[in-house]
Design a protein around this ligand. Structure first.
Ligand code: GRF
Length: 210
């Protein structure tokens, strides 16, 4: 059984998708905790209702990134995570925090990385005139939105799209993409070679026999 800790800042719809898939598909994993840096994050309600342990480490109570990340790391590590899943966790992370979870922290970003790192991805996609847009799940490295890519989902950009319609189309894909990528990790099917992710076709024998 792998322990997954999910970090959120708000709505938590990607967290919800991962939790539901883990339950419905019987993953060899448990959602050990959902942790938010915002006390009012909507997603906390869903986690509490499901009986998942929750915690809040309120970023606004810390005067520096270093102190916040240290406190957050301490709380995360109480749950002995095999994997940390960033699901709409709106924080820039310190290098030492990222290093601590190297190879075991995933993020979802609403663009086809390396296009449009950072915020405002849907607006950027519209302004660029791109014919397609999408979302990327990647391992987290010190450079924001630049880690090795696990999986991407593509959607068309339509002539009459607004930021709202485009983001809704991408989000619907995220809800399939993120559980898919997390499941690959849980099944030990991911490895990183020279900064690139390799995906094994089948789970290794010791995992698939569980
Ligand atoms: C998603 O679009 C995700 O890609 C981005 O932030 C948004 C979070 O939405 N990182 P939710 O909190 O998962 O509903």
């Amino acid at each position: 059984m792998k322990n997954i800790v999910i970090l959120i800042s708000g709505r938590g719809s990607n967290m919800e998708a991962v939790v539901r898939a883990a339950e419905n598909e019987g993953w060899p994993a448990r959602i050990a905790a959902v942790i938010s840096n915002k006390p009012q994050a909507q997603g906390l309600e869903f986690a509490r209702a499901r009986g998942i342990p929750t915690a809040v480490v309120a970023s606004k109570e810390f005067s520096s990134r270093v102190e916040f990340d240290a406190a957050l790391q301490e709380v995360i590590d109480r749950f002995a995570p095999d994997l940390v899943v960033l699901a709409g966790f709106m924080r820039i992370l310190t290098a030492s925090f990222v290093e601590h979870y190297a190879g075991r922290m995933l993020n979802i970003h609403p663009s086809l990385l390396p296009l449009f790192p950072g915020l405002g991805t849907h607006r950027q996609a519209l302004e660029s005139g791109a014919a397609e847009h999408g979302a990327t799940v990647h391992f987290v490295t010190a450079e924001l939105d630049h880690g090795p890519v696990v999986a991407q989902a593509r959607v068309p950009v339509l002539a009459d799209d607004t930021e709202d319609t485009l983001s809704a189309r991408v989000l619907a894909e995220e809800h399939t993409l993120y559980p898919h990528a997390v499941r690959l990790f849980v099944e030990d099917r991911l490895s990183i070679h020279d900064g690139e992710v390799r995906i094994m076709r089948d789970a290794p024998a010791e995992t698939s026999s569980i």
